[in-house]
Design a protein around this ligand. Structure first.
Ligand SMILES: *Cc1c(COP(=O)(O)O)cnc(C)c1O
Length: 248
């Protein structure tokens, strides 16, 4: 418990420092604690030391933890559950039921299914559109590798934005991106900066958007760079909880 509190405090301090360097208010930055692969008890321990925003990659795991934690703490715990990984069609129902925010909307088919299921549940879900600026094939997201020049990419993204803003049970909350792994800092920084400029371009050219768009970007290895470039949501796992053990 003490070690978890220390790691959490250290990450909060790093967020504050990065915000200060960028002349930003640290209060405008949400730390999403990524608990994927850890047992339910770790979410409860994280709650004890003050964390309230939890991120999970897989809808089943999010549903399992949301149920277990709600049983333990009650429905008014103040926890916000973030689905941070892309969602497959057959998992949308779990997201509609258990997630409070979706960070990785990457297909219109998923948007349509989710909106129908959310309407049945009487919920509105804030969503980030995942955008792929690096071009890495392993990354999900709408292709925006050359959005500044490529009229086709622009038109496709605008169509997505139009569709999502017109769906009754989704609310377009922002853009999410992932930087490539193991590349120079300048490359990572450029990806984050271009994502912010993309959000600004959408805000300026699409009146249907409720500005400001939020920016979900930055993980353990790059969250400070992301904050310097405008991130409003950082998704941090290992810096808080340690290395994951996928054999669990
Ligand atoms: C696992 C994961 C994270 C957190 O990664 P860390 O390197 O542990 O901070 C953030 N975002 C997504 C989408 C993830 O899958």
């Amino acid at each position: 418990m003490d070690e978890l509190a220390e790691r959490y405090t250290a990450v909060l301090n790093r967020i504050n420092n990065a915000a200060q360097r960028a002349g930003r208010n640290p209060g405008g930055i949400t730390l999403v604690a990524v608990t994927k692969t850890w047992p339910d008890a770790v979410s409860l321990a994280a709650y004890e030391v003050g964390m309230r925003n939890f991120g999970e990659n897989h809808p089943e795991e999010l549903a399992r933890k949301a149920k277990a934690v709600t049983t333990e703490l009650g429905a008014d715990s103040g926890i916000i559950w973030h689905q941070i990984g892309p969602v497959q069609s057959r998992k949308t129902k779990l997201v509609a039921q258990y997630a409070d925010v979706l960070h990785a909307l990457d297909r219109l088919k998923i948007a349509n299914r989710l909106s129908r299921q959310l309407a049945d549940a009487g919920k509105i879900l804030p969503v980030f559109l995942e955008v792929n600026l690096s071009g890495e094939a392993s990354k999900a997201g709408f292709l925006c590798t050359n959005w500044e020049e490529d009229a086709t990419q622009q038109a496709e993204l605008r169509k997505v934005v139009d569709t999502v803003t017109n769906l009754p049970s989704l609310s377009l909350y922002g853009l999410m991106t992932m930087a490539p792994w193991r590349v120079e800092e300048t490359i990572i920084r450029t990806i984050f900066r271009r994502t912010r400029l993309l959000a600004e371009w959408l805000e300026q050219t699409m009146p249907s958007i409720q500005a400001p768009l939020h920016l979900s970007m930055g993980m353990t290895d790059d969250f400070e760079i992301a904050i310097e470039e405008g991130a409003t949501h950082v998704r941090v796992g290992r810096a808080i909880f340690g290395e994951r053990d996928y054999s669990n």
